[in-house]
Design a binder for this molecule. Structure first.
Ligand SMILES: Cc1cc2nc3c(=O)[nH]c(=O)nc-3n(C[C@H](O)[C@H](O)[C@H](O)COP(=O)(O)O)c2cc1C
Length: 147
């Protein structure tokens, strides 16, 4: 089992969260690489990785918007066939916004449309992800059993 974490991060929270997710996956015996979304293409979703985790915060207000680096990736996903691929989505967010971590819902919807298998409901953490390490570790422990 090989996993890849693809993240987008403007102020660093999702990058930090991705590091914690990577450590937790490796503690569960899953070899994991991390890539910034700016350094990958959607074809990496179809490649050598069995398990793909997308980390993307929300940056909208009334409407959900993805972290800006994720926009192009999201658009380019259209038309992919993701059958047989396992996915999970995560984000740090701020529950004072109307759509708390709405980016997670948006990405999960797209992945399902394309035939991807969402192995576990996405993880949404409120505030600084360093304060949610236990939650992240528990989420990964659950995921590791499903993949
Ligand atoms: C203009 C703006 C809009 C935001 N919109 C949302 C939102 O709709 N939902 C949410 O949960 N968080 C929202 N946030 C909070 C960010 O998603 C949160 O700070 C996140 O940790 C940022 O991740 P990053 O540091 O990886 O860029 C918003 C923040 C800003 C500055």
């Amino acid at each position: 089992m090989k996993a890849i974490i693809i993240y987008g991060s403007t102020t660093g929270n999702t990058e930090t969260m991705s590091e914690t997710v990577k450590e937790a996956l490796e503690d569960n015996g899953i070899e994991t690489v991390i890539q910034n979304v700016t350094d990958v293409s959607v074809n990496d979703l179809k490649g050598e990785y069995d398990f793909i985790l997308l980390g993307c915060p929300a940056y909208g207000d009334e409407e959900v918007e993805l972290q800006e680096d994720f926009d192009e990736f999201y658009e380019n996903m259209d038309g992919l066939d993701l059958k047989g691929k396992k996915f999970a989505v995560f984000a740090p967010g701020d529950s004072s916004y109307e759509h708390f971590c709405g980016s997670v819902d948006l990405l999960e919807e797209k992945l399902k449309e394309l035939g991807g298998d969402i192995v576990e409901d996405g993880l949404k953490v409120d505030g600084d992800p360093d304060d949610s390490e236990t939650e992240i570790v528990q989420w990964i422990a659950g995921l590791a059993k499903s993949v």
